[in-house]
Design a protein around this ligand. Structure first.
Ligand code: SF4
Length: 397
């Protein structure tokens, strides 16, 4: 997906095709063979508590400690009897993904490269603003899709992330930003979630749904659904469920105004062309003029950035409750595209704005730490393959 507020990378498509939804995975084990409670739904946690012979009200207590207080150690759970705390510690962990590498950009953007079991690497990025901040969360290791502008698209899909690995990215960021217990009146540094990291979240819908259900639960993290945006490359059959069952804000990777070009930039377009995609957007549950769908549009010099393209974009989005994010492309060595000039982007934005659509130009973020989707993982994997010593490949945080 396209990280909000970050540049994207262009890389030749690894293979043509529109990708297939991978299978859904099960719940992962934690350290020492103990079960990880992070990522269990309330019902699943209730089943664990019942299996221990404990009363149902323990679920509420545990939930409070895990998701409101951010506890990482059962011994800190002072409202639970000591024997129960010890039993829990024998059987379970409250494990976040392991940090392999941590970088902080000059603009305060933080990027974590995380190990998601069996040596798989994923990325999570925190993008701070003055009085808030968004966490860009990954939903898969790699991606089956091959969007031409996205670096993750050059990495093969390894697997779907488990709910605990998705929620775990949020928990870890809160740990590192010092935002436990859940602040009253809304978190300051971590106020929003954008499902725009590695992977296509609608190809891992069940696990994403469980994970977001946990962060939205009012007795835990209690993040409002209005503070969560899910970005899709256009998995049309899943969009209705996303709106109906999660009711979060939707962002769509559009990037082109013709099927011919979009099928190159976002190969999934061959399966779900623009007309079907926009019909699904018009029908998206909860979309309205007060709650618009965001259309992401990466600015590629001489490819999709003409005034004619801008006018066509305005026509195309007529009747859709829409706003447009214009994303300056972040070129990198070997990329087959370049970023549009500032003047071109300004002209494009003016036409879209004059057409009645909000079209902010996203400020590039985290450029100095390879903050575009998939870049840090590739950088690290590449350095390890090249035989560079670990300290030169980047030290763990
Ligand atoms: S769907 Fe996959 S390839 Fe396309 S932008 Fe998202 S992560 Fe990149």
């Amino acid at each position: 997906m396209n990280p909000i507020g970050m540049d994207n990378s262009v890389f030749p498509a690894r293979r043509p095709g529109d990708g297939e939804a991978p299978p859904v995975d099960g719940v992962a084990d934690g350290a020492g063979g103990r079960g990880n409670l992070i990522g269990l739904s309330r019902e699943e946690l209730g089943a664990e508590v019942a299996a221990l012979g404990e009363k149902p009200f323990r679920v509420k207590q545990l939930w409070h400690w895990i998701y409101h207080r951010g506890a990482t150690d059962f011994r800190a759970m002072t409202t639970l009897a000591k024997p129960l705390r010890e039993r829990l510690a024998d059987l379970y962990v409250l494990e976040r993904p392991e940090i392999v590498r941590h970088q902080v950009g000059e603009d305060g953007t933080r990027k974590w490269l995380l190990r998601a079991g069996e040596g798989h690497l994923i990325e999570t990025v925190h993008i701070p603003e003055e009085d808030r901040g968004a966490l860009c969360i990954s939903s898969q290791v790699g991606c089956t899709l091959t969007c031409a502008f996205c670096h993750t698209g050059t990495q093969r899909l390894v697997r779907n992330l488990e709910p605990g690995e998705i929620v775990g990215q949020f928990m870890l960021a809160r740990d590192r930003l010092g935002e436990w217990p859940t602040p009253t009146g809304g978190a300051r540094l971590l106020s929003n979630i954008v499902m725009m990291g590695m992977g296509e979240p609608l190809y891992n819908f069940e696990n994403v749904k469980t994970a977001l259900g946990i962060v939205m639960d009012e007795e835990g993290v209690a993040l409002s659904r209005r503070r969560i945006t899910l970005s899709t490359s256009g998995v049309v059959p899943m969009m209705e469920r996303c709106g109906a069952e999660l009711n979060v804000d939707l962002a769509v990777s559009l990037h082109a105004v013709t099927d011919e070009l979009r099928s190159i930039l976002v190969p999934l377009n061959r399966k779900y062309p623009i007309e079907r995609l926009l019909a699904a957007c018009r029908a998206y549950p909860g979309a309205s003029n007060a709650r618009r769908i965001t259309f992401e549009y990466v600015m590629l010099r001489g490819v999709n950035d003409s005034d004619a393209d801008a006018r066509a974009l305005v026509r195309l989005l007529g009747g859709v409750p829409a706003k447009v994010n214009l994303i300056p492309f972040n070129p990198w060595p070997g990329a087959p595209y370049e970023c549009s000039s500032n003047a071109r982007i300004a002209s494009f934005a003016r036409i879209v704005n004059d057409g009645g659509l909000s079209a902010p130009v996203r400020r590039p973020r985290g450029r100095d730490i390879l903050a575009a989707c998939g870049q840090l993982r590739s950088d690290t994997v590449g350095k390890r393959r090249s035989g560079l010593p670990r300290d030169r490949a980047g030290a763990a945080a």
